[in-house]
Design a protein around this ligand. Structure first.
Ligand code: XMP
Ligand code: MG
Length: 185
């Protein structure tokens, strides 16, 4: 059987490992404990909404460690690359009804803030009991729209990162670590 613990080497388009798999694993553990404790005291009824595709691994790892009851759903968005107007397009909506539920949005990375700003506003029109956000990575140097984040995994510099769900043109999404990419032409 293939050794599932083998760590793939850096390819030539990657500068360095920014966050290794063990560090991610420990931080996801901490976040899951904190989120579980918070929702245990705020009435449960937790609906976790992962934002596709970038958060699929983070959502899977985090939710499997939650000790509170929860339902997992997904939403798919696309932000127009190179468009700084902040337009976000809804590609696939959630299936669950949010009315009266505690909604936790799981996003891979907070960059300009447009995606989460759009999602929080959109979800609040659906009469949830609450809307909170968890992001694995935050790039504070890139913020344009102020967004309040409840749980942050790591703060990173303004570089393009891939792995653990994040991609460059669909490449590198399933690397077990987060790596910095060389700027692409
Ligand atoms: P905004 O600007 O809406 O952006 O906060 C969030 C989305 O932008 C993508 N993004 C990245 N994806 N590596 C990626 O793979 C990165 O370094 C990166 N920076 C931004 C991502 O889709 C995120 O959901
Ligand atoms: Mg994304």
């Amino acid at each position: 059987m293939k050794d599932s613990l083998a760590i793939p080497a850096l390819t030539e388009d990657l500068v360095r490992v920014l966050i290794d798999a063990d560090t991610i694993n420990r931080r996801v553990d901490e976040l899951a404990r904190q989120i579980s404790a918070d929702y245990a005291t705020s009435g449960g009824n937790l609906l976790v909404v992962g934002v596709l595709k970038g958060s699929f691994i983070f959502t899977a790892d985090l939710t499997r460690r939650l000790s509170v009851d929860h339902v997992v759903d997904f939403i798919a968005l696309s932000s127009y690359k190179g468009d700084t107007s902040g337009n976000v397009r809804l590609l696939m909506d959630t299936r669950e009804n949010m009315e009266g539920r505690n909604v936790l949005i799981i996003e891979d990375i907070l960059d300009s803030g447009n995606t989460l700003d759009y999602l929080i506003r959109n979800f609040k029109t659906r009469n949830p009991a609450s809307v909170k956000t968890a992001v694995l990575l935050d790039k504070p140097d890139r913020h344009v729209v102020p967004v309040e984040i409840d749980y942050i995994g790591f703060t990173i510099p303004d570089v393009w990162v891939v792995g653990y769900g994040l991609d460059y043109a669909e490449k590198h999404r399933t690397l077990p670590y987060i790596a910095e990419m060389y700027p692409q032409a």
